[in-house]
Write a protein that binds this ligand. Structure first.
Ligand code: NAD
Length: 466
């Protein structure tokens, strides 16, 4: 593709229903059942992503000012690794599974579990990692043998255009299609029957998705956000806390579902942690974040305004950063000392570069405060000794935990929320598992009839034989 990325065109309602009926028909014709067919699709997708690596970098830069480094690692590189991992393992994953824990007499029936595709599935993506979080679930859906309709986020329009280009170049159009659009197009999609809907985005839209799926009893995966706490015990290393927590909130300018929303820090450690934040900020951005090529911008004016009012409404004291520039959609990484979890910076998911710090008396207070927040987080970031970290994990809930780290999630480990942060998990083998139906199969040989005849009426006297 040339330098210019064309404007995003939303799909017409006619195109939406045509592509759904084509993909559904293709599933019913069993086009995607053959494992070799799926592997070919995934390999073609691999090469199309490779061919469009520069377009991906450009689209992410236009949509989010995303640095090349972050795009290559977390968008194109991530997907390429995911496809390699999936294609290497697919033959193993699709194999029938032997049933375990079966009583001896039933073993004669050779019980096994087949991994069947679910059917025609819908993947709805989000804007912050537009390629990874849209094509990532689609890789699992393709591997599992489904036909797939993909709806990228309209909030990252350049990325949405490139996603469509990649899919149309790589994938069989009878089985896989991309629908572009905003709320009305997504609602038109949701009015249809699906065999699974995989949604990544905010909790409010997640509720809309679950409601729309209910009349059809369509299973849903909701990959939502969270008000993620970091709990820092007095045994933590302040330098490590500051460097890692600053990283967690500067990657993609904090537009990262797994980044920490607030820090609960043992009060004895607060002054040192603040000093270390200042040092780390200078080290990461010697000329300041605004002048750095390594710092993203906020996706659009709506999100900028939302973040600005969170900061304006905070009663906390800004210790670092605090600069904003609406024309440039720039918000500086900002450390704020707050005095309550009720502060505006803690009560909502910021999905931006804010680092509110709340000093606490001890670990018990931190755990109680983290548990008092009504929403169960997607991620939890405990810092401290092994004993302190173990105590934090065993007395809290969250989708995942990164001990002594921020935001990190190993790419092939199951990833998903709990409670308000969503349900269902994917990544690695789970991306395949989440898109298959585990179909239990038994077969009763005819010679078993003499024993099975026991179940037929008349029943008289049969129970006494036990
Ligand atoms: P978004 O604006 O990109 O919306 C997500 C999708 O929902 C888009 O495809 C959009 O078209 C669709 N949508 C929006 N409103 C709709 C409506 N009324 N009806 C039907 N569809 C609608 O993203 P967002 O919602 O602003 O995403 C930010 C949230 O996503 C944050 O809470 C973040 O934590 C969460 N997130 C979660 C993960 C995860 O993997 N768990 C990853 C990234 C982001």
């Amino acid at each position: 593709m040339g330098d210019q990325i064309p404007d995003l065109q939303f799909s017409s309602l006619g195109a939406i229903s045509a592509s759904i009926s084509t993909t559904r028909k293709s599933f019913l014709e069993h086009r995607t059942r053959d494992v070799e067919f799926r592997l070919v699709q995934l390999r073609k997708l691999y090469w199309a992503i490779k061919d469009h690596e520069e377009d991906i970098v450009r689209a992410c830069a236009l949509d989010l000012h995303k640095p090349r480094f972050e795009t290559e690692i977390a968008e194109s590189g991530w997907l390429l690794n995911d496809i390699v991992f999936t294609t290497r393992n697919l033959h193993k994953w699709v194999k029938d599974e032997k049933a375990h824990d079966i009583d001896l007499p039933f073993k004669i029936m050779r019980p096994k579990i087949r991994k069947d595709p679910l059917g025609c599935v819908l993947v709805i993506g989000t804007f912050n990692f537009p390629f990874q979080l849209t094509l990532g679930p689609a890789i699992g859906a393709i591997a599992a043998g489904n036909t797939v309709v993909i709806k990228p986020s309209e909030n990252a329009p350049n990325s949405a255009v490139i996603i469509q280009k990649i899919c149309e170049e790589a994938l069989d159009p009878l089985c896989y299609s991309v629908i572009q659009g905003g709320v009305s197009e997504t609602q038109a999609l949701l009015a249809e029957r699906w065999d699974k809907i995989f949604f990544t985005g905010g909790a409010n839209v997640g509720r809309i998705i679950a409601k729309a799926a209910a009349p059809f009893l369509t299973p849903v995966v909701l990959e939502l956000g969270g008000i993620n706490p970091s709990i820092v015990s007095k045994t933590a290393d302040p330098r490590l806390v500051a460097r890692r927590m600053l990283w967690g909130k500067t990657v993609n300018a904090g537009q990262l579902c797994t980044s920490q929303n607030y820090l609960l820090i043992d009060k004895s450690l607060v002054p040192q942690v603040i000093e270390e934040f200042k040092k780390a900020y200078k080290e990461f951005y010697p000329q300041g974040a605004k002048k750095s090529l390594d710092y993203s911008r906020i996706i659009n004016k709506n999100h900028f305004q939302r973040l600005k009012s969170m900061l304006d409404n905070s009663k906390g004291k800004i210790l670092l950063g605090g600069t904003v520039d609406e024309d440039d959609l720039f918000i500086e990484p900002t450390v704020v000392l707050v005095d309550s979890v009720e502060d505006s910076l803690c009560t909502q998911e910021s999905f931006g570069p804010f680092i509110p710090i709340l000093p606490v008396e001890d670990l018990d207070e931190a755990i109680n405060l983290a548990n008092s927040v009504q929403s169960t987080p997607l991620g939890l970031y405990p810092f401290g000794s092994m004993a302190d970290v173990a105590k934090i994990i065993s007395s809290t809930r969250s989708g995942g935990v990164s001990c002594n780290d921020a935001a990190l999630h190993i790419p092939t480990l199951p990833f998903g929320g709990v409670g308000e942060s969503g349900y269902g998990a994917y990544r690695g083998r789970s991306s395949f598992d989440v898109f298959v139906h585990r179909r239990s199969i038994t077969s009763s040989p005819s010679w078993l009839e003499s024993i099975l005849a026991f179940r037929y009426p008349p029943y008289a006297g049969k129970l006494n034989r036990f």
